[in-house]
Design a binder for this molecule. Structure first.
Ligand code: HEC
Length: 186
């Protein structure tokens, strides 16, 4: 190899390396600094053996069964068995929003894909006392885990009754979410 050829090769190698470096610089733009409150969304998540296991854990600690599983809160979580979880409740919660019924998530998740569940959670719009702010605060990874778990349970039960608008009298049992004055002892 002549001295001139070596020079040409060295120059070509320099051009290729410089090109690669500039490509890398382009593909990694500086990340915008997260604003307060946004910093953890998408970063923090539960780790478990599988998405389904992570979702089961999140549903347990998220209190989802308290409202979406009949009998769960009343028995301090002793019943029903997991196969009956999240089938919704026909006992509503009444308040200024009308009457809301905890949805049958086992059926709702059959008609919703993962992306729709994430969108719904990010929007966080719905009637109380559903803890929408809790879903809104979860990372995509945790929401995907909840989705995978609830979907894995499969469909079961009947749809919960449709919500009632304010002023419409409920025709079935409901729990009033209205502050009560103490009964006077006089
Ligand atoms: C305090 C009671 C309560 C708890 C706890 C609760 N929910 Fe709900 N949830 C409701 C009620 C009531 C509705 C119906 C809201 C409405 O009518 O807008 C609902 C609706 C939903 C919906 C919308 C379903 C649809 O088809 O539109 C999803 C999804 C949901 N809940 C998921 C969860 C998850 C996941 C958890 C646990 C992290 C949870 N909920 C905990 C009461 C609750």
């Amino acid at each position: 190899m002549s001295a001139q050829n070596t020079n040409i090769y060295a120059h070509a190698a320099f051009v290729v390396i410089a090109g690669l470096l500039s490509l890398q610089a382009c593909s990694k733009p500086a990340a915008a600094a997260p604003t307060a409150g946004e910093a953890s969304i998408g970063a923090e998540h539960i780790t478990a053996a599988s998405a389904v296991d992570a979702g089961r854990y999140l549903v347990k600690i998220g209190g989802c069964n308290d409202c979406h599983t009949p009998g769960f809160a009343m028995t301090n979580g002793a019943s029903p068995v997991e196969a009956e979880w999240l089938t919704g409740d026909a006992v509503g919660f009444s308040g200024p929003w009308g009457v809301s019924y905890p949805s049958n998530l086992r059926l709702a998740f059959q008609n919703m894909d993962e992306e729709q569940f994430i969108e719904m959670s990010r929007a966080g719009q719905g009637r109380p006392p559903m803890p929408w702010p809790s879903l809104k605060a979860m990372s995509d990874k945790d929401l995907k885990a909840i989705y995978a778990y609830i979907k894995s349970l499969g469909p079961k039960g009947e749809p919960a009754p449709a919500a009632l608008s304010p002023g419409v009298a409920p025709d079935r049992p409901h729990i009033p979410f209205v502050p009560q004055m103490p009964v006077s002892k006089s």
